[in-house]
Design a protein around this ligand. Structure first.
Ligand SMILES: NC(=O)c1ccc[n+]([C@@H]2O[C@H](COP(=O)([O-])OP(=O)(O)OC[C@H]3O[C@@H](n4cnc5c(N)ncnc54)[C@H](OP(=O)(O)O)[C@@H]3O)[C@@H](O)[C@H]2O)c1
Length: 309
């Protein structure tokens, strides 16, 4: 099967491409910097600058992961606009490709797996506040992260409206070697200077990168899969548990909490990424028969950090 991936050069996309290439998929990747992307992608990947440039080689499946990083810079108004607009542009280009294919009388892709995030739900109840489980049915809290994800999902809906089966992945914190948030968190923890953020009662739904890649391929291949899927491990943890487990895996203490006011002062609105969360459960993925290889955080961190110790 020929699969087109936006964001294929990223932390998740690179591993997805490796896995798809191993399984014999033919890969097309959209990247703003094709030369750089080719250098990190499996050999034989067809890399072009825009999705519409693939109209002469119609893909059978689409995976949509591209977007300005959520955690790279302070959330100025301009940065927030780019976080939204970059995702709407990438998804809009996929729509334009589908429309061009339809006009040319070509077959449309059979399936789209499109990104979203735990931020869809916004800040939800913390541990100790009663029933906290957040499934795909839980009403979101209206805030910037929710509006970003809702617009991203709605843009994918325009492709679905053309008749392309569409599954949305609401991705939790992705854990893997050599990148992502974990790599940024590691230095203080390695020096025994790690700790919880704020009260530590906020949930941090997480997923091992290999499980996310498998879940995306599962949704590509399951003809009945459509709608929103929470893509996070079945056992989410609070931020305090995350800090304890990470420190324990590294055989270090986790005794230095970072107070909420320090994070708010340093990061502004972006501090919500660290201070709020949702007890997200992968209800629909599990109902569909997907099995997670890394169900608990200690197993995932053991696997990822083994070479660090
Ligand atoms: N990693 C996580 O913990 C996590 C959690 C929840 C949701 N997600 C979402 O899942 C997706 C993939 O995550 P990731 O960690 O692999 O992200 P990533 O490493 O930041 O990669 C995203 C890719 O998107 C492209 N991109 C970046 N900025 C862009 C812009 N301004 N305009 C257009 N394209 C841009 C880049 O490709 P080129 O430079 O080649 O164009 C980049 O390789 C992201 O949309 C992310 O928001 C990730």
């Amino acid at each position: 099967m020929r699969v087109l991936i936006t964001g294929g050069s990223g932390f998740v996309g690179r591993r997805l491409c490796e896995s798809l290439a191993r399984q014999g998929y033919e890969l097309q990747v959209v990247s703003r910097s094709p030369e750089k992307a080719r250098a990190v992608l499996p050999e034989g990947c067809d890399v072009r600058e825009k999705a519409t440039a693939f109209a002469d080689a119609p893909p059978e499946a689409l995976v949509n992961l591209a977007g300005e990083s959520i955690a790279a810079k302070r959330w100025s108004e301009a940065q927030k606009r780019e976080m939204v607009d970059s995702r709407l542009r990438a998804t809009g280009d996929l729509l334009a490709l589908c429309e061009a294919l339809r006009e040319a009388g070509e077959a449309l892709p059979r399936v789209l797996v499109s990104g979203s995030a735990m931020g869809y739900y916004g800040a939800q109840k913390q541990s100790g506040e009663g029933d906290t489980a957040v499934t795909e049915e839980t009403p979101p809290n209206d805030e910037f992260a929710h509006r970003l994800c809702a617009r991203w999902e709605a843009a994918a809906g325009d492709i679905e409206a053309l008749g392309v089966r569409t599954a949305i992945v609401r991705i939790g914190l992705v854990l893997g070697e050599g990148g992502g948030t974990l790599e940024k968190m590691l230095p203080p923890f390695k020096f025994g200077l790690g700790g919880r953020f704020g009260s530590g009662r906020q949930f941090m739904p997480w997923i091992h990168r290999d499980d996310l890649v498998e879940a995306i391929i599962f949704l590509l291949e399951h003809d009945s899969a459509s709608g929103a899927y929470n893509a996070s491990a079945p056992h989410p943890v609070t931020n305090a548990e995350f800090a304890r487990t990470l420190a324990g895996t590294l055989n270090r203490p986790a005794v230095l909490p970072v107070p909420a006011f320090v994070l708010k002062a340093g990061l502004g609105e972006m501090s919500r990424l660290l201070l709020t969360g949702a007890d997200m459960r992968p209800e629909r993925l599990q109902q569909a028969g997907f099995t997670f290889r890394y169900k608990t955080l200690d197993r995932a961190l053991e696997a990822i950090l083994a070479p660090e110790r």
